[in-house]
Write a protein that binds this ligand. Structure first.
Ligand code: ADP
Length: 538
């Protein structure tokens, strides 16, 4: 990696930055800088590899952001924007390149508008899910915010990294209208916001011409300073259900049923899996059931037949197949939708349908279990409790491939991952991973979340990073691609999107060079490197 700037240039730039934001909002001491790294870094204990920034600055206005960008261009100092920097598991508050100056937007935390009738909010990057939730609650506005778990991040940061929320699933799909400071310091509004009177900015996102919001997500093409975020109605009930069976072959019909319901918009988030196969897994803090036969079958080259798993499930009374989903809307409609779901699953002999007690919206936090709060739009931090169960204080990072929403692909994906781990001879990882359910945050795809724990053991962490790369490559060979990845792996994951000799990456590089010729914005984000850095990083 080539250095972009000299010490003298950095010093001068920092002085100029301080004159813009005030000395109190420029951070360059080692203790301050340490907070702008990935708290869950895969490089823990390897200081040379740690993606350490040079400093951080926290502007409070759009004009300050523009001035900072112009100074950064003058001295060719790379900036890395974060909103609240809570992207744990996917890079946290750290940059994608050492020596970057963090542009921390947490002070830009105004909720500029909440439109109750049209169900949207216009927010700045530093507004967190908690902020928005409390604002809605305090003002008795019956709207829900699609918060992820944990809820201390921001709608803008989460959506820009294609994050997922419990209410809407795909949070980037909730973005309607962006305001962006471009790498040359110019201010742009997208979609209808580009008209002289941006009266429909949050209502009609396409405006006229190419719809470019997407190029500001998982990218390094601009600094988002405002965004419209659609909210959902807190009307009627939230209703969950779960279907279980003791037969492996039922999973196929169960996933087909979920797809039928989802494609009619009768269910929202959904998922499916095989609890017996994952019974010993500790991924995401589940308590392992320690059923020895589960480990024996998973460690066998063929992974066990349907008959063997079904017999084991019956014997230890753990379901073999499971499907779950939630519905939300007016009570009469949800009652009818639930009946349709019940009838559909009744066609699968031996499948047991269990409906949860419906939750009246907006939900009262005192009446909802912590683990269910995200599903009804209540942000919380409870998820961290689960991590402590896993026996490391260094956190985890995710490998998260997507497959088609059917049981055959879910089995094949799990089996591919299992075999790579087996070939690597990493039995503790096989135990930890087990067999993971597919999560349907996107309507027509399933995602597996595989967490890699970080330990006080540099050698083991290195081996696990190598395992991550091998699994990601094996998955990509089947078209099971990552939807998001930590900073440490972004160049490698982009490399796997290789159709037509990496036409996508070449196009993104062309764009990068055109709009950011000095390469000052988030070099390396999503594997997009500026020209000056390319030969050494890709
Ligand atoms: P969260 O708000 O959920 O804490 P982060 O602030 O960590 O999320 O943002 C996640 C990633 O999204 C960052 O690493 C950065 O690449 C990108 N990002 C976040 N905020 C902005 C922004 N305002 N403009 C451009 N990119 C951003």
């Amino acid at each position: 990696m080539k250095a972009l700037y000299s010490d003298a240039d950095l010093k001068n730039a920092l002085q100029h930055f301080a004159s813009v934001v005030g000395g109190d909002w420029l951070f360059s001491g080692p203790d301050d800088i340490a907070t702008y790294t990935d708290a869950y870094s895969p490089f823990a204990l390897e200081p040379d590899l740690q993606l350490l920034p040079a400093a951080a600055i926290a502007p409070i206005t759009v004009e300050q952001v523009q001035q900072i960008v112009r100074i950064a261009n003058r001295y060719k100092i790379p900036l890395y924007p974060i909103s609240t920097g809570r992207n744990l598991g996917y890079g946290g508050a750290g940059p994608t390149m050492r020596g970057t100056v963090m542009l921390d937007l947490k002070r830009m935390n105004r909720i500029l508008e909440v439109n109750e009738k049209e169900a949207y909010a216009l927010v700045e990057p530093g507004v967190s899910f908690f902020d928005l939730y409390h604002h809605l609650r305090d003002h008795k506005i019956p709207l829900l915010v699609s918060t992820p778990e944990p809820g201390w991040g921001s709608p803008i940061g989460n959506a820009l990294d294609h994050g997922i929320g419990g209410i809407a699933g795909d949070n980037f799909a909730q973005i309607h209208g962006l305001e962006v400071v471009l790498p040359n310091g110019e201010l742009l509004r997208t979609g209808s916001g580009a008209s002289r009177n941006s009266y429909l900015w949050q209502n009609y996102r396409y405006g006229f011409g190419p719809h470019i919001d997407g190029i500001f997500s998982q990218s390094n093409f601009g600094i988002v300073t405002k965004a419209g975020f659609w909210l959902q109605r807190a009307i009627g009930v939230q209703q969950s259900f779960m279907v279980t069976s003791f037969k492996s072959e039922d999973l196929s019909r169960m996933t087909d049923a979920l797809q039928l319901l989802r494609s009619q918009d009768l269910i929202r988030q959904f998922g499916c899996g095989s609890p017996i196969r994952g019974a010993n897994s500790t991924v995401d803090g589940h308590i392992s059931q320690h059923i020895p036969e589960v480990s024996t079958l998973l460690k066998r080259q063929d992974g066990g037949s349907f008959e063997e798993w079904d017999a084991l499930g019956k014997r230890v009374n753990v379901p073999v197949s499971i499907a779950f989903a939630d519905m939300r809307g007016p009570k009469t409609i949800i009652d009818a939708a639930l009946q349709i779901a019940r009838d559909l699953f009744a066609g699968i002999e031996g499948a047991q349908f269990n409906a949860a007690v419906p939750v009246t919206l907006p939900a009262d936090p005192a009446e909802i279990n912590d683990e269910n709060k995200g599903n009804v739009g209540i942000p919380q931090l409870w998820g961290f409790n689960r991590l402590t169960l896993q026996g490391t204080s260094r956190g985890h990072y995710y490998l998260s491939p997507l497959c088609k929403p059917n049981a055959a692909d879910l089995f094949a994906l799990n089996d591919t991952i299992r075999r790579v781990i087996l070939d690597a001879g990493d039995m503790p990882m096989l135990e930890h991973y087990g067999w993971q359910p597919g999560l349907g945050a996107y309507p027509k795809a399933l995602m597996i979340l595989m967490d890699f724990l970080v330990y006080d053991d540099a050698k083991l962490n290195q081996r696990r990073r190598e395992l991550f790369r091998r699994i990601a490559t094996a998955c990509a060979a089947h078209g099971w691609t990552e939807y998001r990845t930590p900073a440490a792996f972004q160049s490698e994951v982009m490399d796997l999107y290789s159709f037509n000799n990496h036409a996508l990456r070449r196009f993104l590089e062309t764009l990068k060079d055109a709009i950011d010729p000095n390469g000052i914005l988030a070099p390396g984000k999503a594997g997009i490197w500026p020209k000056s850095q390319r030969s050494t990083n890709t």
